[in-house]
Each structure stands twice: as structure tokens, then as C-alpha cells.
Design a protein around this ligand. Structure first.
Ligand code: FEO
Length: 386
């Protein structure tokens, strides 16, 4: 049995069968659906797991219970990767009560309209508490982190924060990989749009004494919590995490790539702390998006296409702007053989983005680079290094 504390037992599962998480995200190292059992005078189970793993999860729960039965199933998040086991749980433990808020139960009824939960619910409000005997759980609403019904649960006795999707990452728990890389890709992919809501809940939890964070994905965090909290603060406030320049490009015949490459070389020559060179047609889009938010400076290079811009660039910019991309410096390199319009289109796509600084130097390539273009790229590199 995996213990988080003496009385909190990990009962989650690793999914290495999944191809696309949420039908969208490539997860080469799978994903974990975390669930926990809090054993006290009363027993609370924290969320369930994905449908494909409900049997395995019920087995782990049974082992953790040691012959007892659970009193509560606390539903911090209704997305089916965490709620699919609710019906099986209710059948297995007919005396247990489901704890959630008004929105939880609305969504539960929509997803599982065949689940009979009448007389088996406990509806809580933001800040409500629930005693398990020797410990009290407090419910902290975290709307839109990542769905409207989401709440965190805080165990003040063990100083454990159950944080729903927040502080989660891609990757099964038996994967040995850096936390920040896959947590950042997860954050910006899934929660990135809701920075203001994440800031609001970070403020609420800042008053709590926390020793352990138990997310619904990724490892339990028990050391150096300031590191994770600081990153979440940077990400959700759309701050710059790392110094450097991201050059995101698309290229049909290699000419736009050559211009982007020349800029990358110039930046490296000038000692730029980090140059991320990203082919948007071939890089994982979620990886490109996290880099877009990680660095403070972004150069976009693309071709004019159907009097618009190349599709992968369009998708990339939409991914940034719909996640409230802001507070950044952007430079533009366009290519067009007869009527270059890509720079204008790209700039227009950021019209609603807050606090964008545009580089004075931009580059228009007509089919292939000229000596003038090379000088413009040199000037762009100079400006980026200021
Ligand atoms: Fe892990 Fe929003 O579900």
C-alpha cells in the first residue's frame, strides 16, 4: 500500500494504454488518475478514476479499507477521468454518501443519468467543513480549475491539500521525468485560459499550512512546495518563466525556415540565454504552446497561404490567444511570393491580447532571402537582445 501519510492511502492507477488524453493530448508516458482514501473514524474516498481502470481502483480501495466500508466519496472534479467510477462505487458501498457542490450534482446527473443518488448526497458550500472524527476536511471552491464544479479539499490535521487537476502533470507515476516540463504542458494545454481563476484559488490556499499536495494527476508533492507554488503563480499570472526567445516557424520549401534559422544563429552568436527553434508542423502542438508561454519573447515566421497564413501557424496563434496570451514581445517574419500578407494577418490575430510589444524590425521575404532580408534579421536579433 502506498501511504501519503499514516492515514491517507494512495489508491490511484497508471494508464499506459491511452493514446490521446482528453482526446487531444499526446501522452507518450501515459497518465495517472489519482485517488486517495482517508482512514479515520469515518472514511472518505477522494475521487474515482477513468472507466477503463474502475475495477483495478476498486481493488486498491478494498485493500486500503482493511475490511471497513467508506462513509464518503468526495468528488472534487466531475470530469470523467476522475468520476467514471462513481456508479460502481455506489453499487459496491450502498451506505456511502457522495460529497460535492450544487454544480457537482448537476454535472453528475448529466453524465450518469442512470445513477440513483437520491438520499445519498451531501451538498457543500465554499468553506464548509466535514468531520471524519479526528480530522476535519475543508472544501475550497476552485471554479474553472479546470471545470466550474472543481473544489480543493484541505485536511488540516495532516496538512494535505487535495488540489484536483491543479499541480497535475502528464505521465504515469512509474515514469522518471522532470516534473515541470510535463506539468507546464498540462497546465497551459488544459487550464491555461483560466489564469485569473487559478490566481484566485492560489490566494485562498496561501493562508493554509500545507505539507503535502495531492493532485489528481502526477506525483504527490511533499517537498519544496514553494517551487511548485511559485511556478503556478508565474504561469497563472502569465509571467515570464525563463529568459530566451522562441522562434516558431512553418516552412513549405525551406526558405522561411532559412530566415528563421538565420535569426536563431544570430541570437546564439549574441549570447541569447536560450533559443527555442520550433517547426510547428512537426512539433507537438501542446509542447509548442507551453514554450510560447514559458519565454518572454516570441518570433513567428510563416508563409502567406490562401491569402491567410499557413495552417499550423494559425492553429498555434489561436492556441495562444484563446489561452489569454499576454505580456510578451513578438516579432514577425513573413514570406510570400506575390502578395505577402502573413505579417498583417498574424498581427491581427493578437488584436485582443493584452500588453503585447511588437518588435520594430520585421522581415518580409519574397520567396527567398535577399541581402536586405539578412540585414533586417540582424537588426531583429539586435533588438531582441536589448
Ligand atoms: Fe483530470 Fe479536468 O480532469
Amino acid at each position: 500500500m502506498d501511504k501519503v501519510t499514516d492515514n491517507i492511502i494512495y489508491i490511484g492507477v497508471n494508464d499506459r494504454q491511452i493514446d490521446l488524453f482528453e482526446g487531444l493530448y499526446d501522452v507518450p508516458n501515459g497518465i495517472a488518475y489519482n485517488s486517495y482514501a482517508i482512514i479515520d473514524e469515518k472514511i472518505a474516498v477522494m475521487d474515482t478514476v477513468d472507466a477503463a481502470f474502475t475495477g483495478e481502483w476498486l481493488g486498491r480501495l478494498k485493500e486500503a479499507l482493511g475490511g471497513r466500508t467508506p462513509d464518503y466519496l468526495i468528488v472534487d472534479h466531475m470530469e470523467p477521468d476522475h468520476s467514471a467510477g462513481i456508479r460502481s462505487f455506489l453499487r459496491e458501498y450502498p451506505d456511502a454518501v457522495v460529497v460535492g457542490n450544487a454544480k457537482t450534482f448537476n454535472i453528475l446527473a448529466q453524465f450518469y443519468n442512470d445513477a440513483d443518488i437520491s438520499g445519498r448526497t451531501l451538498e457543500v458550500k465554499d468553506g464548509d467543513t466535514l468531520s471524519l472524527g479526528s480530522r476535519e476536511l475543508k472544501f475550497i471552491f476552485a471554479p474553472m480549475v479546470h471545470w466550474p464544479e472543481v473544489m480543493f479539499t484541505y485536511d488540516s490535521s495532516d496538512k494535505v491539500l487535495f488540489s484536483a487537476d491543479a499541480f497535475g502533470k502528464f505521465g504515469a507515476l512509474d515514469t522518471d521525468e522532470d516534473w515541470a516540463c510535463e506539468a507546464r504542458r498540462y497546465y497551459f494545454g488544459i487550464v491555461g485560459k483560466y489564469g485569473a481563476q487559478v490566481q484566485a484559488v492560489l490566494k485562498k490556499v496561501s493562508a493554509l499550512d500545507i505539507s503535502v499536495i495531492c493532485p489528481l494527476h502526477g506525483p504527490v508533492l511533499s517537498e519544496d512546495l514553494g517551487y511548485y507554488l511559485d511556478l503556478y503563480n508565474t504561469w497563472s499570472s502569465y509571467g515570464v518563466e525563463s529568459e530566451g526567445v522562441m522562434i516558431a516557424y512553418t516552412s513549405v520549401y525551406g526558405n522561411t525556415k532559412a530566415a528563421a534559422q538565420l535569426l536563431a544563429d544570430k541570437l546564439t552568436e549574441k549570447g541569447c540565454p536560450k533559443v527555442v527553434f520550433c517547426d510547428l508542423a512537426r512539433e507537438d502542438m501542446a509542447e509548442a504552446v507551453e514554450d510560447g508561454f514559458r519565454y518572454g519573447k516570441l518570433v513567428l515566421a510563416t508563409t502567406t497561404y490562401n491569402n491567410d497564413i499557413f495552417p499550423f501557424m494559425k492553429q498555434f496563434i489561436e492556441n495562444l490567444t484563446e489561452r489569454n496570451y499576454q505580456n510578451r514581445t513578438i516579432g514577425l517574419i513573413e514570406n510570400g511570393t506575390w502578395a505577402p500578407t502573413a505579417a498583417k494577418v498574424m498581427k491581427g490575430m493578437f488584436e485582443k491580447s493584452k500588453n503585447i510589444t511588437w518588435l520594430e524590425n520585421s522581415v518580409t521575404v519574397k520567396s527567398s532571402m535577399t541581402a536586405d532580408n539578412m540585414a533586417q534579421i540582424e537588426a531583429m536579433a539586435e533588438e531582441l537582445m536589448k
